[in-house]
Design a protein around this ligand. Structure first.
Ligand code: ARG
Length: 458
């Protein structure tokens, strides 16, 4: 019969379906490196307090190196009794260096502090990877914004044409979101970087292991100060999932904008072939599947967060097996986010913009606010000028003119005496945009400042 590591008090064998239901090895083998590193440092800690000899420690570390090699070459042979990455590695260590020595490795340790440690190491590495590719995404956006700084387009609220803006200002909006994501990610990495190792199953370490030594060896900033918290805390999983959800929400909104901008009716952008697909039926179609998937997958990541919150919302304190359910949603979310960042970077760096379409979508009524501002500059209170400008829009409409700029000076004066010949200068999109020089505005200087400021935060 198969040998379970915890088999001492059990006489009956496990229901085969129960074994499968219980086993996490199919997905937690992703953490093999973290598990091996954790055991290396832990056994060094044991040697330090005299529970392993120098010679035993060397044998253990050599065995662990071999196991790591087996995993990385895809040569690790799983056995029926293996339940998770921790038991699989310990079982294999016994085969390689003998149970006499491997049997000492787990002294004072539990899979509870072990798995919490592995997860933190693994997630830390994954988040650092995300941080690096997110930086690339942001820089791709910033570069594009700098190159295309002269292109104007309509800015929208309620998806209705509102005011002219720079295309780069739109790009800079998403770069601003992503820089916040970037900074939030750094905070999460910092917060999760505390060591649970040496907490034992829950009550603490019975042989006085040096937990600070373990923490240092694993690159943690500090030790989690309560052994019960150390084994039971999965807040870092929730935070990572929430981060992923919020980030994907930003990606989803960006995608939605670009889907709209790529429609025939807008025609502002064209996706590269590399990120589009055709229709099996309609030969003329070029569909923005990449963007639709970015938008769609945000829902999947959101589901991972809410699912895991449900899993842990009312479990009693310290370790419960429910907590094993942290892995699949988190791993799936991290992979989805990683791929999404790479795809978004590809989409944004390869799409083509159609400057003419963007600029010809600008309409004179989008300058009605500027018309109100014109009178403000002549000393009229804004609330009044807003009304006057509205009357001009209405008059132009009533006269069936193509826009407010077509009104004659007499017609302007019929609405308000304070209009002069210089009102003509209002009807220029570039002028409108260039007035917005205050911090965060769409004037060229203000946008260039944003880009520089964003770059400096990376
Ligand atoms: N595979 C388990 C998990 O992922 C490891 C911890 C098992 N601990 C226990 N007491 N059964 O959570």
């Amino acid at each position: 019969a198969e040998l379970k590591l915890w088999g001492g008090r059990f006489t009956g064998s496990t229901d085969p379906l129960m074994h499968l239901y219980n086993a996490s090895l199919p997905y937690d083998q992703k953490m093999y490196k973290a598990d091996i590193l954790g055991t290396k440092v832990y056994t060094s800690g044991l040697q330090k307090i005299g529970l392993l000899t120098d010679d035993e420690l060397i044998k253990i570390h050599q065995g662990l190196d071999l196991i790591e090699q087996e995993w990385s070459l895809g040569k690790f042979v799983e056995k029926d009794g293996d339940e998770d990455i921790h038991t699989a590695n310990e079982r294999r260590l016994g085969e390689l260096i003998g149970r006499e020595i491997s049997g000492k490795v787990h002294t004072g340790r539990s899979r509870n502090d072990q798995v919490a440690t592995d997860m933190r190491i693994f997630v830390r590495e994954e988040l650092i990877k995300l941080k690096s590719i997110l930086k690339d995404l942001i820089e791709t956006i910033l570069k594009r914004a700098e190159n295309e700084i002269d292109v104007l387009m309509p800015g929208y609220t309620h998806l209705q044409k509102a005011q002219p803006i720079r295309w780069s200002h739109w790009l800079s909006m998403y770069a601003t979101y992503f820089v916040e994501d970037y900074k939030r990610l750094i905070e999460i990495i910092d917060r999760l970087n505390s060591s649970p190792l040496g907490a034992g199953a829950l009550a603490g370490h019975p042989y006085g292991i040096d937990r600070e030594f373990l923490a240092k060896g694993l690159g943690f900033n500090n030790v989690i100060g309560n052994s019960l918290t150390a084994v039971s805390d999965r807040d870092f999983v929730v935070e990572s999932l929430f981060w992923s959800t919020l980030f994907m929400n930003h990606i989803s909104r960006l995608s939605e904008d670009l889907i709209i901008y790529s429609s025939g009716e807008f025609g502002f952008i064209k996706l590269a072939d590399a990120y589009s697909t055709g229709s099996s039926l309609m030969p003329q179609k070029k569909n923005p599947d990449s963007l639709e998937l970015l938008r769609g997958k945000s829902g999947r990541v959101f589901g991972s967060l809410s699912g895991f919150l449900m899993s842990i919302k009312s479990i009693p304190s310290t370790y419960n097996k429910d907590m094993q359910e942290d892995k699949e949603p988190l791993f799936d979310a991290l992979t989805t986010v990683e791929h999404s960042i790479l795809i978004a970077t590809g989409v944004i760096s390869t799409l083509n913009i159609n400057k003419d379409k963007m600029e010809s979508a600008l309409t004179m009524d989008m300058l009605a606010t500027d018309l109100a501002d014109y009178l403000v500059r002549k000393g009229v209170p804004f609330r009044e000028t807003h009304h006057i400008s509205g009357s001009c829009v209405k008059l132009a409409e009533d006269l069936n003119l193509s826009g407010i700029d077509q009104l004659t000076l007499d017609q302007f004066k019929s609405i308000d005496e304070r209009f002069n010949e210089d009102v003509r200068e209002t009807f220029n999109f570039e002028t409108s945009v260039e007035r917005r020089t205050a911090i965060g505005g769409t004037a060229k200087s203000a946008v260039l400042n944003q880009l520089q400021n964003l770059q400096s935060q990376l």
